[in-house]
Design a protein around this ligand. Structure first.
Ligand code: ARG
Length: 464
């Protein structure tokens, strides 16, 4: 290339910039890893304090470094910091500014440390915070679902399999199914957080260091349970990010499934729910429309989260120990996935809190589609002593009869029923209503309002 840095005939192509600029563009991470500035500065302060306590640097230098780092943080917080791509990443940007502010002492900060253990520490701290944020977001969503469940603990609605009416269930039961799903999500973040809470700092480049550092002190200062036990593992591990992403991906899938239900339920064909104006939009051409955009966008955005998991798994899968620059590609995926997840959780919480369930539509739909056919079959087993297979067959004949007459099961007369099976008595009408159906399902975890209320009480206690 020419000394002016102009495009080179061999590799220039569409790049008007010279190789230095191309290298900077592919190499620099400051454009995104500036989000790690708080963690980077906290890690550096812990490291400097430990170096001084161990007599590796003087107390005066440690104080100068700590004060200088506070000033750097203030500049970043105020939006006054000049980030430089030439300085590659957040670590070198902070250190370079520290040198401008405090002079030579800044050069002692990197004693017994490498960017490899530094970035591993910063990123763990960041992901750890995101686990906490996800757990908080999930708890808020669970509370919104609990409120909905409580309000409609005994409201009947169709329960579906294959999206075909199966048996009546309660609205409260349906809401509580999601409380369970989001509880498992929260526990995955909790597990991931507990496992990632070990400190890589002091692993240095990969082999540890000859300086008499105290890794237990820095680990404790940063809120970690202990230092990581193997320096090679410490700088090359990104399991914590993968576990965060897989927890986020599963959680996102749950959010997407609930979104899908909201889209279906809010349609004119279902009218099970009315979404608030705050989480819907109108159409620019069709005045009657109210679109469930927030639900649709949550459903769509989860691709970014599941995509991030696959992307980082792919980054990591071929890497020999220990650090490789490939690992710099961990951050954008995790940042985007975390942002997407937090936004989706907030939007879903808002939608659920604001949602109006239409009790009458739910109940009308619950009775349609012969939803109490199983109750009839169960009655034939219990009261008429039929084997379940025979009861299933008799019920099928009764459903066909009702369907042919265009009526629901409870609308058949006793005579019409007895024409199909002589042992049927008047008593059968006692199980055919949707309310009786749900009230009878009292097995643990079943849809009976009594069961649903018991689970709501359990969860209120657990979340308090
Ligand atoms: N920006 C780098 C990253 O995110 C920091 C570590 C650089 N280490 C190195 N040996 N070049 O991975």
């Amino acid at each position: 290339m020419g000394k002016d840095g102009s495009s080179n005939a061999m590799w220039g192509g569409r790049f008007s910039a010279g190789p230095d600029a191309i290298m900077e563009a592919i190499n620099a991470s400051i454009g995104y890893d500036k989000r790690l500035s708080d963690q980077d500065i906290a890690g550096s302060k812990a490291h400097a304090a430990m170096l001084a306590a161990q007599g590796i640097i003087t107390q005066a230098d440690a104080e100068a470094i700590t004060d200088g780092l506070s000033r750097v943080k203030a500049e970043i917080d105020a939006g006054e910091f000049q980030f430089s791509a030439a300085l590659e990443d957040i670590h070198m940007n902070v250190e370079a500014r520290l040198r401008e502010l405090i002079g030579a002492a800044a050069g002692r900060l990197h004693t017994a440390r490498s960017r490899n253990d530094q970035v591993a520490t910063d990123f763990r701290l960041w992901v750890r915070d995101q686990c906490d944020a996800a757990m908080q977001g999930l708890e808020a969503l669970q509370r919104a679902l609990l409120d909905q469940a409580e309000a409609g603990a005994d409201w009947v609605m169709p329960g579906f399999t294959h999206l075909q009416t199966a048996q009546p269930v309660t609205w409260g039961h349906h809401m509580m199914a999601y409380v369970e799903m989001f509880a498992r999500d929260a526990s995955r973040f909790r597990d991931a957080r507990a496992r990632m809470n070990e400190c890589p700092l002091g692993a240095a480049a990969l082999a540890g260091t000859g300086f008499a550092i105290d890794r237990h002190a820095t680990a404790a200062a940063l809120g970690f349970d202990k230092p990581m036990d193997n320096s090679l593992d410490a700088v090359s591990d990104r399991d914590f990010a993968l576990e965060f992403l897989s927890s986020a991906a599963i959680c996102s899938v749950h959010l997407s499934r609930l979104s899908e239900e909201l889209v279906i339920w809010s349609s004119a064909q279902f009218r099970f729910v009315t979404l608030s104006d705050r989480f819907s939009t109108g159409s620019s051409i069709m005045p009657q429309k109210k679109n469930p955009d927030a639900a649709e966008l949550i459903r769509a955005k989860i691709g970014r989260v599941t995509g991030a998991l696959v992307a980082l798994l792919t980054v990591m899968k071929g890497l020999p120990l220990a650090y490789s620059k490939d690992m710099q590609e961990d951050k954008e995926q995790v940042f985007d996935a975390a942002d997407t997840l937090m936004l989706a959780l907030a939007a879903m919480t808002g939608m659920i809190s604001d949602l109006t369930a239409n009790r009458a539509s739910l109940e009308a739909a619950a009775s349609a589609g012969f939803s109490t056919a199983t109750d009839l079959a169960d009655w034939l087993v219990r009261e008429a002593g039929l084997p379940f297979r025979d009861a299933h067959h008799v019920t099928g004949a009764l459903v066909a009869k009702a369907e042919a007459q265009g009526v629901d099961l409870p609308d058949l007369t006793l005579d019409e029923m007895q024409a199909v099976h002589g042992d049927i008595t008047d008593d059968v009408f006692g199980v055919l209503g949707v309310h009786k159906s749900v009230a009878s399902r009292t097995s643990y975890g079943g849809t009976a309002p009594a069961q649903v209320r018991a689970r709501i009480t359990d969860w209120r206690e657990r979340l308090s």
